[in-house]
Design a protein around this ligand. Structure first.
Ligand code: ADP
Length: 229
């Protein structure tokens, strides 16, 4: 059954790396613009789930459908193209390109999508302003704090105006004050732009930022509002 109006739907995802499955029949659905927090114990499959949803990891069984496309039936090239245009990513340690300035890092996905340099840099600057890190525009990653790095990573994820942002422990390396700041900026910007967010997190106060929380346990998904799905 596909929930009506869903943007991204996974059914029966199964993925094993060894004898113990990382995902063991996980189902998931996401509405446009929805912010979903993914929680659960370490090793439960929290990261494997978004990796499968984004088409980075191919599940051993099950399907992922996104906006009418069956990701699990696409070629790698088709999935990569979809990721560039429709998905944004924020990782635990920012993963900015060390040789590029903050501005160039945010402009990079726009350039990869074919936006001319001047336009890409103008848009990148606007996103740095939204995330309140425009003063770092000419700095390189080794000159930035952890909080600044993560805000720039959020700006980079939002710059292409994706439909879904995958954020895997985006505040895991930050103190709680900076962590809350980054989560507030990320979720506020996502709501303003109607971007859905899948937020894998250990933060205790996720309810303040998310529309819905799910718990992954033993490779299965529990929607806290709907029981095991
Ligand atoms: P979580 O994010 O909840 O900590 P993961 O999804 O990262 O859990 O991992 C779930 C299980 O799958 C763990 O037992 C982990 O060791 C294993 N796993 C995940 N990715 C890989 C991989 N690339 N190679 C081998 N094992 C992996």
């Amino acid at each position: 059954m596909t929930p009506a109006g869903s943007l991204l739907v996974a059914e029966g995802l199964y993925k094993a790396y060894g004898p113990t499955p990382a995902l063991d029949g996980a189902d998931f659905s996401l509405h446009p613009g929805e912010v979903v927090a993914v929680m659960g114990p370490s090793g439960s499959g929290k990261s494997t789930l978004p990796h499968c949803l984004a088409g980075i990891t191919t599940p051993d069984a099950g399907t992922v459908r996104y906006a009418g496309h069956t990701l699990t039936a696409m070629t790698d090239t088709q999935r990569s193209a979809l990721r560039r245009t429709d998905f944004g990513f924020v990782f635990q340690f920012g993963q900015l390109v060390p040789e590029l300035t903050a501005l160039e890092n945010v402009a990079l996905p726009l350039r990869l999508n074919g936006t001319p340099r001047k336009k890409a840099e103008h848009q990148a600057h606007t996103w740095l302003e939204h995330l309140d890190v425009h003063t770092t525009a000419t700095q390189r990653p080794d000159e930035l704090s952890g909080g600044q790095t993560q805000r720039i990573a959020v700006a980079r994820a939002l710059a292409t105006q994706p439909k879904v942002i995958f954020a895997d422990e985006p505040t895991g390396a930050l103190d709680s004050l900076n962590g809350e700041r980054v989560l507030t900026l990320l979720t506020d910007a996502a709501r303003t732009t109607h971007t859905a967010v899948i937020l894998v997190t250990h933060e205790p106060r996720t309810a303040a930022y998310s529309d819905r929380e799910i718990i992954v346990r033993d490779g299965r998904v529990k929607d806290t509002s709907a029981g095991w799905v």
